[in-house]
Design a protein around this ligand. Structure first.
Ligand code: HEM
Length: 114
């Protein structure tokens, strides 16, 4: 009887630790997500987040080297998808493939849906 209780305790411990491990793994798979309100808190040249195609970028460190100069600041803290695509203050054309590739260096998460 005593052995059966000890056996049951050991089996329970193994199951509980396995479940905890699973939860941790799932959590590490989760992406960071931000609401539009949170993104809007980063709207300056010293702290500039952009939402482009539902992905969030922290472009602060890129501003200084942006080939389009300060035009990028118009997108800080906003859903800048259309601005990034259309550049109305510039050529009126979408950014190049190179510009789109650069985005991944500044990726920090996804748009959080309410
Ligand atoms: C919404 C924010 C942004 C605006 C309004 C904007 C606007 C512009 C403008 C006006 C130009 C000059 C060329 C032209 O007149 O068409 C330009 C060039 C460029 N921008 Fe942006 N930009 C933005 C965000 C970004 C971001 C986040 C990146 C990369 C991480 C980027 C990368 C580039 C590059 C590489 C060029 C050189 C031309 C090209 O490859 O398309 N821009 N941008």
């Amino acid at each position: 009887m005593k052995k059966a209780i000890i056996f049951a305790i050991i089996i329970s411990a193994i199951i509980i630790s396995g479940c905890t491990q699973l939860q941790t793994d799932n959590r590490s798979d989760n992406k960071d997500t931000y609401t539009l309100e949170e993104i809007a808190e980063h709207s300056t040249e010293n702290d500039c987040w952009l939402l482009i195609d539902e992905k969030v970028y922290n472009a602060t460190d890129y501003i200084i080297s942006h080939p389009g100069g300060t035009a990028i600041l118009q997108g800080c803290g906003t859903d800048a998808t259309d601005l990034f695509r259309t550049r109305p203050m510039g050529s009126g054309t979408p950014h190049s493939g190179n510009a789109k590739d650069l985005l991944k260096d500044y990726y920090i998460g996804e748009l959080k849906r309410k």
